[in-house]
Design a binder for this molecule. Structure first.
Ligand code: OGA
Ligand code: MN
Length: 296
């Protein structure tokens, strides 16, 4: 397989010449992994993957997470356990209105976030495959949290090091008007995540922000909230953001440890947008007993 890599702006890379359905040899995968760690985002244009081949390729990056359906949060869709259906098409084939409970995953995805930061061990990577893409809107934006960190003044960096935020799905879903049930609360209690991470491969530091983060532990709620809002606004300036306009079949892999992403709105009652996500588990919790861990 002759793969060539082309940089994207302001970050990320496109891998040309890969047919992911044909099996990727070890030497090529080593280049993919190195590019993933360095660039934090890789686009594999127009891949004709199905759930099985997407799962097989994704598992090269590490152990895969089960979908949210594990927690019985959203209705079952006919996809395998490792695959998350992020589409606006219901099991009956009809478009899902934004007001339906089934729309929560894609409506909440309009908020800047890092996948599964509401779990004790946040996701390492996600791979999103565009099965049917919207002809307008529905782009996905990615913010480089390493570049954002680098651009902060030193006094700010000193303030942020060592801070811990509370992340809770209740918080982000509340933002889009959804009250989680008592059972969902019990299944997904609040967790703590460091605010600043260091990448285990490159050693680069980055902000760790997400729509799931509500406040800073040990700070008055409103003060922590204001800091998170200020940092999110800073980190998602256009100079740090790559916007992906989907072609059918594109697979985008990103590093959740050092990026945030969000989907841009599209006309959900007019256009089908069918995406499938596979999620690679993180190595460990970023906080243990209130303190940063080796996985931070
Ligand atoms: C996700 C997600 C964005 C999109 O699947 O984790 O945030 O563009 N998706 O669908
Ligand atoms: Mn996401």
């Amino acid at each position: 397989m002759t793969m060539t890599l082309e940089p994207l702006h302001p970050f990320g890379i496109v891998a040309h010449g890969c047919d992911l359905t044909q099996g990727v040899d070890d030497a090529t995968f080593a280049r993919i992994l190195a590019a993933f760690n360095e660039h934090a985002l890789i686009v594999f244009p127009t891949q004709s993957l199905d759930d099985d081949s997407q799962t097989e390729f994704s598992a090269r990056f590490g152990r895969l997470e089960g979908s949210l359906r594990e927690m019985r949060m959203f209705e079952d869709r006919p996809v395998r356990q490792e695959v998350l259906d992020v589409s606006n098409v219901g099991a009956d084939g009809n478009l899902i209105p934004r007001t339906s409970k089934e729309a929560i995953p894609f409506v909440a995805n309009e908020l800047w976030h890092s996948d599964f930061s509401f779990k004790p061990v946040p996701a390492m990577a996600s791979l999103l495959h565009g099965r049917i893409v919207a002809p307008e809107g529905g782009q996905t934006e990615f913010a480089d949290m390493r570049a954002a960190w680098d651009a902060l003044p030193d006094e700010k960096k000193a303030l942020l090091e060592g801070l811990v935020a509370e992340h809770w799905l209740k918080h982000s879903l509340g933002t889009v008007g959804y009250e989680i049930t008592e059972a969902e609360k019990a299944a997904m209690p609040p967790v703590q995540q460091v605010l600043v991470r260091r990448h285990p491969v490159t050693g680069r530091k980055s902000l760790f922000l997400s729509s799931h983060a509500s406040h800073i532990i040990g700070w008055p709620f409103e003060r922590g909230r204001a800091l998170l809002d200020e940092l999110t606004e800073f980190a998602t300036q256009p100079r740090f953001v790559y916007r992906h306009t989907w072609q059918a079949g594109d697979l985008v892999a990103w590093d959740n440890r050092c990026t945030m992403h969000r989907v841009r709105p599209w006309d959900v009652m007019r256009y089908k947008r069918v995406m499938r996500r596979t999620t690679v588990a993180g190595a460990g919790p970023t906080v243990s007993e209130g303190r940063p861990t080796q996985f931070a």
